[in-house]
Design a protein around this ligand. Structure first.
Ligand code: DGJ
Length: 745
């Protein structure tokens, strides 16, 4: 990896074995983009890549150069209004009402490793040699605003991390109205656009469409990154697929309002913008003050979507997630939510836990309802004090009982919220986000606490710290069950109200930082009514997240498949629940529910006492299987094989780093009669190794070379439903199989 600068041509070339990123100082002093893609030879002069064409109607920067119009120049951080008419990366409102800026190159520096982003989650290095960072300093001479563009190139993988910092070195306050983390001008628009959209209980469904002239965007202005859209998009060449072709993934390490947009102009160049959503955003920058944007991560691959995903997985698993649990196999848990909802007593919980222990579960999690007056979702949020009527021995007492059974104990919180019917709200009605003179809308009977205020975060911290210090809590599920409305902080003046959404998220990060530092061995799992805030920002603090409130195995195929485009298996919270399923009332076989949940953190969301004896035998077998293979599944290389968005068969697999072991998941949504032959072409194997393939539950299987399995394919052909030889277990809708592959010595 290298970052080279040519003094003569004022050109930067950042490259590693995979990618090159080239930019230059333009004749007007702005930074121009020249190339991003597969690694190319280094040269001092790439100026031919900045095509300058004289175009009718173009307004030009220089009176004597009719070719230099910013509208037609690829830029690093586009500004509006000085000959560029595309949506800009930045907009700064000045005292005189102008929003123009003119950022001129001043200097640059190159450092080993990667600087931290104060108060914000970001990828990091453990050794300085893992990455290099280029910081380009530009200045707007009129306002004195300094703009620093950060680029980190990692030694391995086609990864470039970017962010931006503003510093007001002028004499007057300004308002940042738009401060994107990334602006990427690409020379053409021959791309498919991939987004991951949905709603509560059907998050991150893959949507693909051809990039077109005009603007295509996904966003959130809900205060959380949202169930509806994810701060992640992909541009892929139309011919690219899972295994080949050019793709670029764009991911924002942020949990609040965001915008991800591609604007294709009528000359078919593409501008990608990614960052905090400018809608409603404003940040007052007093003289001397600075503002740091969140980080945006770009991953380029010339080897298709699968390779891009694996690059994100490795980066986010080991250089975004942190702490004790980062590289550890995740405990198999039993959560009581779908087992009891609010209707539990200590005895009932212990009964559930005992059965869980008997089956091999390692962690028992007490979900919502253990505190204050919380007997349903109308009361109690904000009062993080145990309800002794329910739990006479307190949280410590229950935790001790669970520990005595030989399991760890985990606890649910929803730190950012308050019910009007709570002691916290009665004491501090002014601590919620609400606009003066307006109705404060409730969501799930709760208000959102004003986490932009330090004293509010402090108060919640004190309550949570007390519980976590007094009781043996090994896991925290951090929930967040509504979006933000009437966003306004009583603690901020009128000209700072545009800061509230971002300050809120900074408050969330601050509380996470304090708790994770104070309790480094506690495993945090993020959650927002399932996957309403499943984003890279939270992965920095919580290495796993509850992917969706939809625990139905068939629904989960799409959710987990879509999630896998950016997020590692180790981050995807996935549980086996009862049938009929509580969200879609579907009956699915127990083996399929487990076969889907294996590809995540794995656990149970039910009362195992209610299962029949023969099902308990299956559960014990599932837990044994997961304990044997979870290291491989959670930390191996993940390959998507067949998409639930396109086919009746979904399939994926995980391969160990040394490629000697693999686990394949095969899922058939609907049963069929007289069905076609089935072949599953595997991926990621060593073509010269011979693998013994064993269907889970069967004693032994045949062996095949890796090249056979990847080219001829694994034969999955089923006997037709009519021929009488199909076993009863598999003659149903929603069937599935797990194949384990082991290389022969
Ligand atoms: C929403 C979460 O996603 C559920 O798993 C559960 O924790 C409930 N909240 C509790 O209120």
């Amino acid at each position: 990896m290298s970052i080279l600068f040519s003094e003569r041509t004022k050109t930067f070339h950042l490259f590693n074995q995979e990618i090159s990123y080239v930019m230059t100082v333009l004749p007007n002093g702005h930074m121009g983009q020249l190339y991003f893609g597969k690694k190319i030879h280094h040269k001092e002069d790439f100026s031919y890549l900045q095509e300058k064409v004289q175009r009718a109607m173009a307004a030009c920067v220089f009176d004597d150069d009719a070719t230099f119009s910013l509208e037609h120049i690829k830029q690093e951080y586009g500004v509006y209004g000085t000959t560029d008419f595309r949506h800009p990366a930045v907009s700064i409102l000045q005292k005189n009402g102008s929003t123009l800026s003119d950022f001129l190159y001043e200097s640059h520096r190159i450092t080993e490793g990667k600087p931290k982003l104060p108060g914000l989650p970001a990828t990091y290095t453990e050794e300085p040699k893992e990455a290099e960072t280029l910081i380009i300093k530009l200045r707007d001479p009129l306002t004195g605003i300094v703009l620093e563009l950060f680029y980190t190139i990692f030694a391995k993988g086609g990864i470039l991390a970017r962010s931006v910092r503003f510093q007001n070195e002028g004499t007057e306050a300004v308002q940042l109205k738009r401060a994107m983390s990334l602006c990427m001008d690409l020379p053409d628009s021959e791309y498919d656009w991939l987004q991951f959209s949905g709603a509560w209980a059907r998050e991150r469904h893959l949507k693909v469409r051809r990039l077109e002239q005009g603007i295509q965007a996904v966003d959130s202005i809900r205060g959380n990154s949202s169930h509806e859209q994810n701060p992640f998009i992909v541009l892929k060449r139309p011919t690219a697929d899972e295994t080949q072709g050019e793709v670029i993934g764009f991911s924002l390490v942020y949990s609040g309002n965001f915008l991800a947009q591609a604007q294709v102009d009528t000359q078919d160049t593409t501008r990608v913008l990614l960052g905090i959503h400018p809608f409603g955003f404003g940040w007052k920058l007093d003289p001397g003050a600075s503002f740091q944007t969140p980080e945006a991560v770009m991953v380029y691959s010339s080897r298709g979507l699968g390779d891009m995903s694996r690059t994100f997985h490795r980066l986010y698993r080991s250089r975004l997630a942190r702490g004790y649990w980062r590289d550890r196999e995740r405990p198999i848990l039993n959560n009581n939510w779908e087992a009891t909802y609010f209707d539990f007593t200590e005895d009932r919980l212990v009964e559930i836990a005992k059965k869980a222990k008997e089956c091999g579960v390692e962690l028992f999690v007490l979900d919502d309802g253990w505190f204050g007056d919380r007997r349903n979702d109308h009361a109690g949020l904000g009062d993080w004090i145990v309800n002794r009527e329910l739990l006479p021995g307190g949280i410590s007492g229950l935790a001790e009982k669970i520990e005595a059974l030989g399991m760890r104990f985990g606890l649910w919180f929803e730190p950012e919220m308050v019910n009007p019917d709570s002691d916290l709200y009665r004491a501090h009605p002014d601590w919620i986000l609400k606009t003066p003179g307006r109705h404060a809308s409730l969501g799930r009977h709760q208000h959102v606490l004003d986490f932009s205020r330090r004293e509010v975060v402090d108060a919640v911290y004190v309550m949570m710290k007390k519980i976590l210090s007094e009781a043996k809590v090994s896991y925290v599920k951090w929930d967040m069950n509504r979006s933000i409305t009437e966003c306004y902080s009583e603690a901020l003046p009128a000209d700072r109200q545009g800061e509230v959404f971002h300050r809120y998220i900074l408050g969330v990060y601050d509380l996470y930082e304090r708790l994770t530092s104070e309790f480094p061995e506690v495993l945090f799992e993020s959650c927002a009514s399932g996957g309403g805030r499943f984003d890279p920002g939270l992965l920095y603090y919580a290495p796993q997240g509850w992917a969706s409130d939809d625990s139905d195995a068939v629904e989960r195929l799409k959710i987990q498949y879509g999630t896998s485009f950016c997020y590692p298996v180790s981050s995807i919270g996935s549980h086996v629940s009862v049938t009929p399923n509580h969200q879609v009332y579907r009956d699915t076989p127990l083996h399929t529910r487990a076969n889907v949940a294996y590809f995540g953190t794995f656990g149970y969301e039910l009362d195992l006492n209610k299962l029949a004896g023969e099902e308990i035998i299956q559960v014990k077998e599932q837990i044994r299987f997961m304990k044997t293979y979870r290291k491989l599944i959670q930390f191996g290389d993940f390959y998507r094989l067949s998409s639930p968005f396109e086919k009746n068969i979904t399939a994926w697999m995980v391969v160990s780093e040394d490629r000697r072991q693999a686990v394949v998941g095969w899922y058939r949504t609907l049963n069929g009669a007289n069905v076609p032959l089935g072949r599953l072409r595997l991926s990621g194997l060593d073509e010269n190794l011979s693998y013994c393939v064993c269907e889970e539950g069967l004693e032994s299987g045949a062996c095949y070379y890796g090249d056979e399995l990847m080219n001829a394919g694994l034969v999955t052909t089923e006997n037709g439903a009519m021929d009488g030889t199909l076993s009863e277990k598999h003659s149903c809708d929603f069937d599935s199989r797990i194949y384990v592959l082991k290389a022969e010595d």
